[in-house]
Design a protein around this ligand. Sequence first.
Ligand SMILES: NC(=O)c1ccc[n+]([C@@H]2O[C@H](COP(=O)([O-])OP(=O)(O)OC[C@H]3O[C@@H](n4cnc5c(N)ncnc54)[C@H](O)[C@@H]3O)[C@@H](O)[C@H]2O)c1
Length: 256
Amino acid sequence: MRLRDKVAIITGAGSGQGRAAAKIFAREGAVVVIAEWNEENGRQIEKEILDDGHQALFIKTDVSNEDNIVALVEEVINRYGKIDVVFNNAGIGFSANSEYKMASLVETPQTDWNSILGINLNGVYLLSKHVLPIMMKQNGGSIVNNASLNGIAGVTGADAYTAAKGGVVALTRVMAVDYGKYNIRVNCICPGAIDTPMIAEVLSVPEFAEKFAEGCPLRRVGKPEEIANAALFLASDESSYVTGLIMPVDGGVYAL
Ligand SMILES: NC(=O)c1ccc[n+]([C@@H]2O[C@H](COP(=O)([O-])OP(=O)(O)OC[C@H]3O[C@@H](n4cnc5c(N)ncnc54)[C@H](O)[C@@H]3O)[C@@H](O)[C@H]2O)c1
């Protein structure tokens, strides 16, 4: 019960890493707020957690929409009176059904650039902006941002995504410095390739999966639970003296 009685908002908890984190956080005693724009998936994960005898609440949220974020934060405070943990995880990337073009800078239409930054970077800004004043009043809280290896290494071919994730890394550091005096910790995970719907199409190409495994010290892609466990550590009091950390969870790729 490493998150006993903590109230934790997880964005993008309807799939992949966010879904895994929702299950693990709930099992560890948290009240998990599923902030997700896909209603079907959000309600499904809420049901699974409740059926397991844990606590969860789905609130339909588009993290790039400030009105949605204000409503989310208000509802959580009205119901539970506090927010201990935020896992800023929602993001869009390489998925087959992504509406947005993941491409080099020259080939990225401005509308797609704006949408990708609007979700992957502005989403972190917006929820943090509305949660930080509450955590300041509480004199405590833990924010975990989910960036990407793209945010710390020159991974090509998805330049808007890479710029957004680099922004999340930079924002993590400055938030950690600015809000440490309120006992608020802000840390960032940089996943490598993780087996979720986001990169399912890429992983279904055998040559890619094999080539990736060859280039990864641990010789495999990661599982969503492996990111969720890192998020659990950073969310919990076990990491009480850790802030401003940019943590690759990538099978060793960043060490190369
Ligand atoms: N899968 C990977 O290899 C990988 C690698 C590095 C970083 N990441 C990052 O990890 C995070 C989680 O991705 P995943 O792999 O679990 O992918 P996923 O596609 O399985 O899950 C992403 C979730 O975010 C939700 N979402 C997207 N935009 C949203 C919005 N505007 N508002 C609310 N919810 C929204 C989606 O509906 C989905 O449920 C993302 O930020 C992603 O960029 C993924």
